[in-house]
Structure formats: structure tokens, C-alpha cells
Design a protein around this ligand. Structure first.
Ligand code: HDE
Length: 702
């Protein structure tokens, strides 16, 4: 922003008031409401444009404390990223309890209907670094911090209800294998590489999770459209000391939805921040995402009769067997003020539980209880990370812990120990305090895996069999894609040898996709696969469609002369549906519609490809359509929407564009003409199916 104007003169640059500095450069005026820039010590700064020098062209002097402090602080801005779940996005909200759960738990937040507990949620991918793309095929973290009146409760979950491993001692191996290979530092945020599949194929316990991660669950359309699970079995304990086992679920009010793989690849290029932007935009627009908290409650007797060990985190309890009781809702209604202070510094610890909730002996959970506290010290640099506003409880708290780096919540008074005779300081409370559930434990100290953890394939089969044909095809395609990136054929074959224990057709289809010349023998199994587990429809995304287009986006491709009546009808119908209309124009700014009125566009065509929308409308004028037909990005807009099975509505004027996009002869029931504004309602109604899956076999032949 250099100018040649005279010094000190006030000028206007766009809508920002600036004032010229001594060197002709400009800076914001420190006048009126603008605070004066200071150093960290509060000393007002007179010049933030030039370092202190000897003469105009001489060396910089060490004495320049403002310059040195500024660079020193900048040099130390980065903290270690999370060793897993490095890329995340958080938001504030609240949990609202529906009814008293006193029968099961004395946890304060569940006692009173309508009670609201402040919450912070951080969603994340697992394997990628902080700067990786949002649409990686990966598990999503779903970590919830509930600031209850009895302290913080962290439910640090994922969007998949099972995990890869049964014992925490294998976690470093799993993560080493999943992240970039150590010699080359790539691939980034991808499991499609030798090390990952080598590990998986040598750890049969991970096969159930492998099925889940190859399903569409790992390419969610949005954080708003995915489920969450705390995975482990926990306990609820009531005031009488009675314990009930519990599995925690988060059910999205908007229903589940995923993208298709080719779309995911393209979204990563078009908008690597797709998921975080989606959440940010929804909250900013007042369209607050919600999940219901679901509990699967069961007792010791059920646990003893269940086919699998409830302490084994590689297993689920099907909803059909133990129904989910919805007990409250989580609403995210506030974006963060500062990404670093909140999303980056938030420290979840599975050990943070409240009276009325307790752990079980799940060996994965037990290991996590060590790891999370430990990692926060490394990441946040001090045991006082709990003093940070995002981590501090919102209820009164009194500890006798003291000092350490960055201690800024400090006790007053003389007594920093207890018992003491000064009559000062906090004391323990046997009534109110957290008391561990006195479960019976006995046995020898052994490094063993329980026999009850030995069945690795039955639930993998159940998951696969519970999917629709479409979803099964996606699982086959995902395995084939990932394994095609694996260089060693022996590893590919080893994965197929496990799939043979899951489902013959699945294994054969993947082997065919990989062009394996012969099928490997099935992997040795400690326990034979149970073929009789009933299907669980709850495990399928498609079987549980929301039947609504709420919260989704339609990209409307317009040019000058776009039909104003149809535009108005679209705007009205989508608003009624709770969906959004995004106008995409050839140029930034907007277009003049058929009624001569200027309409603002939201996106320029090459910044708003169809992959970032749930459905599209092609609304060019005849001249506009001819122009777009000769534009590669416009042809991609249409061809991709078709290939990604989206609903497409088009004005007949768009015909040249359909021709050039190569879909004119393939139009199907997912494509509708908008002859008049009245056709709009029919289109929006169709969109409630989210995708026109019938098209898939025609556009995906291999
Ligand atoms: Fe984590 N995990 N994890 N994990 N995890 C971390 O803690 C760990 C596991 C999950 O948004 C780390 O603060 C071990 C299961 C989420 O800040 C670390 C084991 C589930 C997040 C850690 C597991 C999760 C983490 C890294 C095997 C689903 C992100 C940074 C025993 C139920 C939280 C951090 C956020 C983060 C350890 C397995 C979910 C190293 C040892 C199972 C959502 O402590």
C-alpha cells in the first residue's frame, strides 16, 4: 500500500481509514476507538513500520526492544501439533437434558429436564497433519467437552463405533503405520500405502474397523451429517451405587450423508477447508447443527450373555439388540473467537469424568487415560494447561496444586497442604466427591489377550451384510483403490486373505479389482466367522436417509438473462426446505436476470465447482449456455454433478451445455427440466433423496 503522497495525510483505501507514515507507507490511524499499539509490557509503540537503524541506510540496532520482542514472539508462535487428530475444527454450544436419568446415574447434568450444560466440540481427521485437506478418507474425531456443574466431562469419540486395536500398547504402531512413511515423509493424510495395509493385514483384530473405514463413513459430506460414538463401554452409577453399562452415541438431527470418492478427491482441490467452512457457515447463518445423545444401557447379565466382550473396543452392540435411548441434545451455536486459543489449545482427556460416570476395564480405554493427560503436557508445555479458559471448568474448583510454568490461577493464603490447622484451604468430600465404582477385580498379572476378544471377523461380516448393494460396491471400490496404491503384492493378497473370512463375494470382487491371478488361502482365524449374525439396518447410511434436504446446498449456475421467476421460486422453495441456494456466475459479482434486475453471485464459476454442492440447477440464458458450453469449467460443473449422482435441474436453454458435458443422451429421473417456476417444488422434493443412486452403475463401470 505504498503511495507517493505527502506525509501524514489522511486518505481512504476502500472502506478502511489509513494514514501515511513517515516513510510514505500507510498504517491504521491510532485515533478514536482504535487502541494504541503497545509492546507486551504495555509500552506504546510509535512506529511499527521501521526497525531502529543507525541512519536511514545503516544497520539495525539491538536496542530496538519492540522489534526484538515482536520477532521473538513470532518465532515461538507454533506449538507441537497433536500427534494424531492434528487437523480439527471446534465450536461452542450446549447439551440439553431431556429427562431425569437419576435411575441410572447421579451425574448432575442428567438430573433435571431442560438443564443446559455448556459444551465445546472439536471434530478432526486422524492421520493428516494440521494443514492437510478435510476430505481425506479417514476416521473423524468427535470430541465433546461438557462443562458440568461437577467438573469437566470429556467424551472423546470418533464417527465410527469400533476401533482398530484392542490394547492400547499397539496404538503407537497403528499410528506409525497409518501416518506418512518415515523414510519419505508421504503420503499425507492417506491410508492408501504399504505400511498401513501391512500393519492391518498382520493385525486381524483391525479387520472389522477396516470394513468401516472403507465404507462411506470416512468421507462424510459434513461434520453436521455424521454420527459420533464414545466407542468403549462405560458405566453409569446412580446415587445408590448401582452400576449400569453404557455405550454413548451422537445422532445427527440432519441425518447422515457422505460424498462419493471421486467427489472427495475433487473437493480436496476445490476447497481443502470444506468441512470446517461448512460448520463455520452453518453456525454463522444461525443454522445450528444438533445431535441427540443416545444411550445403550445394559447390565452385567446382558454383558455376560452377549456374543462378544463388551470390553473389546473392536465390537459394537447392534442397536437392534440394545435399543438407543435418546436422552438429550447437543447444539453447536457459537463459532470460536480465536482458533488457536480455543480449537488448538483445547485439551481433551478421557480421564475427565464426573461423579455418576465411570470407566470399565477396556484395555484401550485404560491406556487412553494415561495418554491424553501425558500428551497435553508435551503439546501445551505446562501442567497448567487446565488454567487456559477453554480447558478450565466453569464450576468453582479448588486444588492444592501450585506453581509450574504459566501458573495464573493461584491459591491465596498460607495453607497449601491438607490436613492443616489454619482452617484454610479445600478439603475432600466423601459425599460429593468422585468415588470409583467398586468392581470386583482379581487374577494374576499377565501379558495376555482375553479369549473373549478372539473373534475378529463375525462383526465385520455383519457390518458388510448390513449395507445396501450401493454401499457394498463402495466398500469394494475403496479396498481396491487403497490396495492398488500398495506396492507389495503380498500385502494386497494378505488383506484379501482376511476378506475371505468376512465375505467370499467381497474378497473375490476386491481380488478381481486388483487383478490377482489367484485367490490366497483364507487367513488363519482363531475363531471361525459366525454366519448367523442378523443384519443391522442401523449400520447403513443409505437405509437411514433423513428424507429431507435441510441443511444442504444447491449450486445454481446462472448467466445474464437467467430466468428471474425460476430463480425467485428456487430461493423460496429452498428456504422453506431449510436449504441454501448458492449462485454461481461466470464472473465474480453477479448477473442481470431476465427481468433486468441485477442479482449478486456467491461464487465465480471456477471457485464454485459442483462438487461443493448437494444438487445443481443450470439456469443460463440461450446465449449464456452457448458461452458456457465452450468453457471447460462449466462442462466439468455439469459432468461432475452427473457423475456424482446429484439431482440436476435445468432450463431448456441449457441444452448446448448438456450436449458438451456429454450427458444429453443419458439424462435420467435424477435430471429434471424447469420449464416454469411450478417445477421447482418437484425438484426440491426429489433432492430429499440426496442422490440419484440408480445412476451409479451407468457412470461407474470399472
Ligand atoms: Fe485418541 N488420542 N487415542 N482415540 N483421540 C488423541 O490426544 C490415544 C482413540 C480421539 O480434538 C491424543 O490430545 C490412544 C479412540 C480424538 O483434541 C492422544 C489410543 C478414540 C482425539 C491419543 C487412542 C480416540 C484423540 C493426541 C488407544 C475414539 C482428538 C492429541 C488406546 C473413541 C481430540 C490429544 C481433540 C487424540 C491417544 C484411541 C479419539 C495421543 C493411546 C478409540 C477424537 O492422547
Amino acid at each position: 500500500m505504498r503511495t507517493n503522497d505527502s506525509k501524514g495525510k489522511r486518505v481512504r483505501f476502500a472502506d478502511e481509514e489509513v494514514v501515511r507514515g513517515q516513510g510514505g507507507e500507510t498504517h491504521q490511524a491510532a485515533s478514536g476507538k482504535t487502541p494504541t499499539l503497545t509492546t507486551q509490557q504495555g509500552i506504546p509503540v510509535s512506529d511499527d513500520q521501521n526497525s531502529l537503524k543507525v541512519g536511514a541506510r545503516g544497520p539495525t540496532v539491538l536496542e530496538d526492544f519492540h522489534f526484538r520482542e515482536k520477532l521473538f514472539h513470532f518465532d515461538h508462535e507454533r506449538i507441537p501439533e497433536r500427534v494424531v487428530h492434528a487437523r480439527g475444527f471446534g465450536a461452542h454450544g450446549y447439551f440439553e437434558n431431556y429427562a431425569s436419568l437419576a435411575e441410572f446415574t447421579k451425574a448432575d447434568l442428567f438430573q433435571r429436564p431442560g438443564e443446559k450444560t455448556p459444551a465445546f466440540v472439536r471434530f478432526s481427521t486422524v492421520a493428516g497433519n494440521k494443514g492437510s485437506a478435510d476430505l481425506a478418507r479417514d476416521v473423524r474425531g468427535f470430541a465433546v467437552k461438557l462443562y458440568t456443574k461437577q467438573g469437566n466431562w470429556d467424551l472423546v469419540g470418533n464417527n465410527i463405533p469400533v476401533f482398530f486395536i484392542q490394547d492400547a500398547i499397539k496404538f503407537p504402531d497403528l499410528i506409525h503405520a497409518a501416518k506418512q512413511e518415515p523414510d519419505r515423509g508421504f503420503p499425507q493424510a492417506q491410508t492408501a500405502h504399504d505400511n498401513f495395509w501391512d500393519f492391518i493385514s498382520l493385525m486381524p483384530e483391525s479387520i472389522n474397523m477396516a470394513l468401516w473405514i472403507m465404507s462411506d463413513r470416512t468421507i462424510p459430506r459434513s461434520f453436521r451429517f455424521m454420527e459420533g460414538f464414545a466407542v468403549h463401554t462405560f458405566r453409569l452409577v446412580n446415587a445408590e451405587g448401582k452400576s449400569t453399562f453404557v455405550k454413548f452415541h451422537w445422532k445427527p438431527k440432519l441425518g447422515m450423508q457422505s460424498v462419493v470418492w471421486n467427489e472427495a478427491l475433487k473437493i480436496n482441490g476445490a476447497d481443502p477447508d470444506f468441512h470446517r467452512r461448512d460448520l463455520w457457515d452453518a453456525i454463522q447463518a444461525g443454522d445450528y447443527p444438533e445431535w441427540e445423545l443416545g444411550l445403550q444401557l445394559f447390565d452385567e447379565d446382558f454383558a455376560d450373555t452377549f456374543d462378544f466382550d463388551v470390553l473389546d473396543a473392536t465390537k459394537i452392540i447392534p442397536e437392534e439388540l440394545v435399543p438407543i435411548r435418546r436422552v438429550g441434545r447437543l447444539v453447536l451455536d457459537r463459532t470460536v473467537d480465536n482458533f488457536f486459543a480455543e480449537t488448538e489449545q483445547v485439551a481433551f482427556c478421557t480421564q475427565n469424568i464426573v461423579p455418576g460416570v465411570d470407566f470399565t476395564d477396556d484395555p484401550l480405554l485404560q491406556g487412553r487415560n494415561f495418554s491424553y493427560l501425558d500428551t497435553q503436557l508435551k503439546r501445551l508445555g505446562s501442567p497448567n494447561f487446565t488454567h487456559l479458559p477453554i480447558n478450565a471448568p466453569k464450576c468453582p474448583f479448588h486444588t492444592l496444586q501450585q506453581d509450574g510454568h504459566m501458573a495464573f490461577v493461584n491459591p491465596k493464603g498460607r495453607a497449601n497442604y491438607e490436613p492443616n490447622s489454619w482452617g484454610e484451604g479445600p478439603r475432600e468430600s466423601p459425599d460429593k466427591g468422585f468415588s470409583t465404582y467398586p468392581s470386583d477385580v482379581q487374577g494374576q498379572k499377565l501379558r495376555v489377550r482375553s479369549e473373549t476378544f478372539a473373534d475378529h471377523y463375525s462383526q465385520a461380516r455383519q457390518f458388510y451384510k448390513s449395507q445396501t448393494d450401493i454401499e457394498q460396491r463402495h466398500i469394494i471400490a475403496a479396498f481396491t483403490f487403497e490396495l492398488s496404491k500398495v506396492e507389495r503384492e503380498a500385502i494386497r493378497a494378505r488383506v484379501v486373505s482376511h476378506l475371505l473370512n468376512v465375505d467370499q463375494d467381497l474378497a473375490k470382487a476386491v481380488a478381481k479389482g486388483l487383478r490377482l491371478t489367484q485367490l490366497p488361502p483364507p487367513a488363519e482365524a482363531a475363531k471361525p466367522t459366525r454366519m448367523d449374525l442378523p443384519e443391522s439396518p442401523a449400520l447403513s447410511i443409505i437405509k437411514n436417509g433423513p428424507g429431507s434436504f435441510k441443511g444442504r446446498k444447491v449450486g445454481v449456475l446462472v448467466t445474464d438473462g437467467a430466468d428471474a421467476d425460476v430463480l425467485a421460486a428456487l430461493q423460496q422453495q429452498l428456504q422453506r426446505e431449510g436449504a441454501q441456494m448458492i449462485l454461481v456466475a461466470p464472473q465474480v459479482g453477479g448477473v442481470t436476470a431476465s427481468d433486468g434486475v441485477w442479482v449478486e453471485a456467491d461464487e465465480k464459476l471456477d471457485g464454485g465447482p459442483s462438487v461443493v454442492f448437494d444438487a445443481v440447477v443450470l439456469l443460463p440464458s440461450s446465449d449464456g449456455a452457448k458461452l458456457l458450453a465452450s468453457e471447460a469449467t462449466a462442462r466439468d460443473f455439469v459432468a461432475d454433478a452427473f457423475a456424482h449422482l446429484k439431482f440436476i435441474a435445468y432450463d431448456e436453454a441449457a441444452q448446448p451445455l448438456l450436449d458438451k458435458a456429454g450427458i444429453a443422451n443419458d439424462l435420467d429421473e435424477g435430471c429434471v427440466t424447469l420449464k416454469t417456476a411450478a417445477d421447482v417444488a418437484g425438484f426440491v422434493q426429489k433432492c430429499r433423496q440426496l442422490r440419484w443412486w440408480e445412476r451409479e452403475p451407468k457412470v461407474k463401470r470399472i
